[in-house]
Design a protein around this ligand. Structure first.
Ligand code: AIR
Length: 200
């Protein structure tokens, strides 16, 4: 991200912006400029959202900011956090469970940024509640909603990488390499298929 001076963005980061995470480590150990905000309603969402953070940093080399934001427990701080994001952040990934209004609220606050929603599989309705809360946005404030749970968390990272790759050929190359790895999985399944069928 040549248009952003890494040192300038990093020195401006405060605890209010969230915690920086990159392939090198967390907080002071992290490197690079945050291009994605990964936010969630509670730290109980973290195990799920680490799949997003890890896909971003290890598959695509994308540094993210990670932050907790609850629109049902502290709405005012959500507004402040989202309005103060560093300008290097170009995509927001938001996860919540239950009455999951975080991505929709952020889509209203930030008409200039892409918002991707990850519904968490939780409680009596196992994520169907979160999915419907996210996906039924009124006209004018879209949220790109992923699948419920693990697949959605990983896909959110890939979707963010695709959006960032529009202006970043190196990232395009990494996306293609990631797709090749997926093809390899099918090929190796076919190679071991005869043996598996014989044992059934
Ligand atoms: N949540 C928190 N504030 C608003 C919402 N929707 C969600 C969290 C989490 C769930 O409530 O995103 O998925 C349960 O949170 P906790 O903190 O009780 O584990």
């Amino acid at each position: 991200m040549s248009q952003y001076n890494e040192q300038a963005v990093r020195t401006k980061l405060t605890a209010e912006h969230g915690v920086l995470v990159s392939a090198e480590g967390v907080a002071e150990e992290a490197r690079g400029v945050p291009r994605v905000l990964v936010t969630m309603g509670s730290d109980s969402d973290l195990p799920l959202m680490m799949k997003t953070v890890d896909t971003l940093r290890y598959e695509f080399g994308i540094t993210s900011l990670v932050q907790i934001n609850s629109v049902h427990r502290d709405l005012r701080s959500v507004v402040a956090h989202i309005e103060q994001l560093p300008e290097s952040v170009q995509v927001i990934i938001a996860c919540a469970g239950g009455a999951a209004h975080l991505p929709g609220n952020i889509a209203d606050l930030r008409a200039d940024l892409s918002v991707i929603g990850v519904p968490r599989n939780l409680g009596a309705l196992q994520g169907v509640d979160a999915l419907l809360s996210m996906v039924q946005m009124p006209e004018g404030a879209p949220v790109a909603v992923m699948a419920i749970g693990d697949a959605g968390a990983v896909n959110a990272a890939i979707q963010a990488a695709k959006e960032l790759a529009i202006g970043d050929p190196a990232l395009k190359t990494r996306l293609l390499a990631y797709a090749e790895k997926r093809k390899g999985r099918v090929q190796s399944q076919n190679q071991t298929l005869a043996g598996k069928l014989q044992n059934l």
